[in-house]
Design a protein around this ligand. Structure first.
Ligand code: ATP
Length: 238
């Protein structure tokens, strides 16, 4: 579904990605792990077209080139941003509607909203509540729901566990697994390496803008070097 070759991202004076090669297959959960500043967000932002990049990105066989973020979202590359970024003064229902409009989905299909409400029933209960008054976990669910309203083919999530209580993280990840079972391809950026590798089929480790390991999530989870580097942190879920 996604082929990335020799991808570089530069900010002013800083090279965030250095010749990244990655492949994500249709129907899989692919996890991207690595320390702070490794370039994980830069990669996801380059894929969604929010930051410019140099190199090749092919989505379903087609080169994305300089296609805008707007066009990429219409083609089904949809991101749940780091920090959720729900529109606080709008209601839950309005935020979901924005997700549909932003991705150019025409007409209101009740099935899209039903799917979000089945996945996250709290969003149905609170549909008329202002989003800014939701808990962090509920806002994360809303951010995922908003992305789903755009009918993603590739759903990309940037640190969905950030700042959430472990019990909520479990709910969010259970929902991601459920979506994947229904056929959704997912690219997951996650600092919680153990959780990411437990959830994903395949994974890559980024360090200083380069892919330093890539393979099946199970193999990476059993690699002693990765365990040494990434499984010692506080807050990991067994
Ligand atoms: P984190 O887990 O802390 O979010 P990350 O792996 O997602 O880290 P990036 O946010 O992609 O890493 O950052 C990669 C590098 O690019 C870092 O050195 C960071 O400081 C730099 N960087 C990221 N965004 C910008 C920006 N808008 N302008 C300048 N430098 C940036």
């Amino acid at each position: 579904m996604l082929e990335i070759r020799h991808l570089d991202v530069h900010y002013r004076g800083i090279q965030a990605l250095r010749g990244v090669d990655l492949s994500v297959k249709k129907g899989e959960i692919f996890a991207l792990i690595g320390p702070n500043g490794a370039g994980k967000s830069s990669l996801v932002n380059a894929l969604s077209g929010i930051v410019p990049s140099v190199g090749e990105i092919r989505f379903e066989g087609e080169l994305l080139g300089r296609r805008s973020a707007h066009l990429r979202s219409r083609e089904g590359i949809i991101q749940v941003p780091e920090g959720r970024r729900v529109i606080a003064p709008l209601t839950v229902a309005e935020n979901l509607e924005l997700g549909r409009q932003a991705a150019g989905v025409r007409g209101c299909d009740a099935a899209d909203l039903d799917r979000v409400h089945v996945l996250f029933p709290v969003l149905k209960d609170r549909r008329n509540q202002l989003s800014g008054s939701l808990s962090g976990g509920q806002q994360q669910m809303l951010a995922i729901g908003r992305a789903l309203m755009g009918r993603p083919k590739l759903l990309m999530l940037d640190e969905p566990s950030l700042g959430l209580a472990p019990v909520i993280v479990k709910d969010v990840f259970r929902a991601l697994v459920q979506l994947n079972r229904e056929g959704m391809t997912i690219l997951l950026v996650e600092q919680n390496a153990r959780l990411a590798l437990q959830t994903a089929h395949c994974a890559a480790v980024l360090e200083q803008g380069r892919v330093v390991h890539q393979g099946s999530a199970a193999d990476l989870a059993h690699d002693p070097v990765i365990a040494d580097h990434y499984f010692g942190r506080a807050g990991l879920i067994a």
